[in-house]
Design a protein around this ligand. Structure first.
Ligand code: FMN
Length: 258
């Protein structure tokens, strides 16, 4: 079982992970928590130069849990600049996959909130929580058909990039909104988000940028799993035919050695 961030293990977790909401309420052992804490400090950012902070917290530091009896939570904080919420999605999805790959359950949580004491304990903006612990339900899905997701055709106009976009298609999102769309070619993939409306913001739309970061995490893992070098750029001019009514988020440049 891998205990450290092994990129191939993270990639493989994409195809079996699911949100876990039913936990054994006992704490996980302290060695394991230390390992998790070390991994939290080693998450790869999407943006360099944007300060982030991740704290492992206990259930009594979380409100509006609605019966979510997880023994542990991660609270994510960020400096509020550039695409900072996309960055948090990108970073914390590495933890979601790591938990799944190492036999623990986890769930992104946009509704539960940290206590005021906790938000006051950081100079950075609180962004989102993730629960984790030993699962009391089946940890894994056994086939892609168990994922309730849009089809590839609904999320891209590209042909021939399935090995990159199928793992993205399976990504989790708030209220399963899947607000992503991809264009480009095998050398550069451009990611777009639906625009959030006032009504949509009430029901999950405020997490559109976090969802985009999650999708970009899956996209890069897929490219690197194929042995390709990658680089994120933030330049919408790379796409000659941007889709209408969507917002540009980022592009992944891909360099294949052969
Ligand atoms: C940013 C974000 C916020 C979420 N908030 C919640 C939440 O508050 N409560 C909850 O039970 N699930 C929450 N989820 C989990 C989603 O409902 C779940 O990822 C989606 O329905 C897809 O299911 P799956 O993760 O099992 O594949 C959230 C997911 C994301 C990415």
């Amino acid at each position: 079982m891998c205990k450290k961030m092994d990129k191939n293990a993270l990639y493989e977790a994409i195809f079996k992970r699911k949100s876990i909401r039913n936990y054994d309420s006992t704490s996980i052992d302290s060695n394991r928590l230390e390992e998790i804490s070390r991994n939290l400090q080693s998450l790869k950012p999407l943006l360099s130069g944007t300060k982030t902070e991740f704290k492992i917290i206990s259930p009594n530091q979380v409100t509006k849990k609605f019966g979510n009896k997880a023994p542990h939570f991660i609270a994510a904080f960020s400096e509020a600049k550039d695409a900072y919420k996309v960055n948090i999605g990108f970073m914390l999805q590495q933890m979601d996959l790591y938990f799944s790959a190492t036999g623990l359950g986890s769930c992104w949580l946009g509704i539960p909130q940290p206590t005021k004491d906790l938000t006051d304990s950081s100079n950075l903006e609180f962004i989102i929580l993730m629960s984790f612990g030993n699962s009391k339900e089946t940890l894994y899905r056994t086939s892609a058909s168990e994922f309730k997701r849009k089809s590839l055709k609904e999320i891209t106009n590209m042909d021939g990039a399935d090995e990159l976009l199928e793992p993205v298609r399976l990504a989790p999102s708030a209220v399963n909104l899947q607000n992503w769309y991809f264009t480009g070619n095998k050398n550069a993939i451009h990611a777009y988000s639906s625009k959030s409306s006032f009504l949509r913001t009430i029901v999950g739309g405020s997490y559109y940028p976090v969802n985009m970061g999650i999708a970009l995490c899956h996209l890069q893992l897929a490219a690197e799993y194929n042995g390709w070098k990658t680089k994120f750029v933030f330049d919408s001019s790379g796409d000659e035919k941007p889709p209408k009514n969507l917002e540009y988020v980022a592009s992944l440049e891909i360099e294949k050695s052969s």
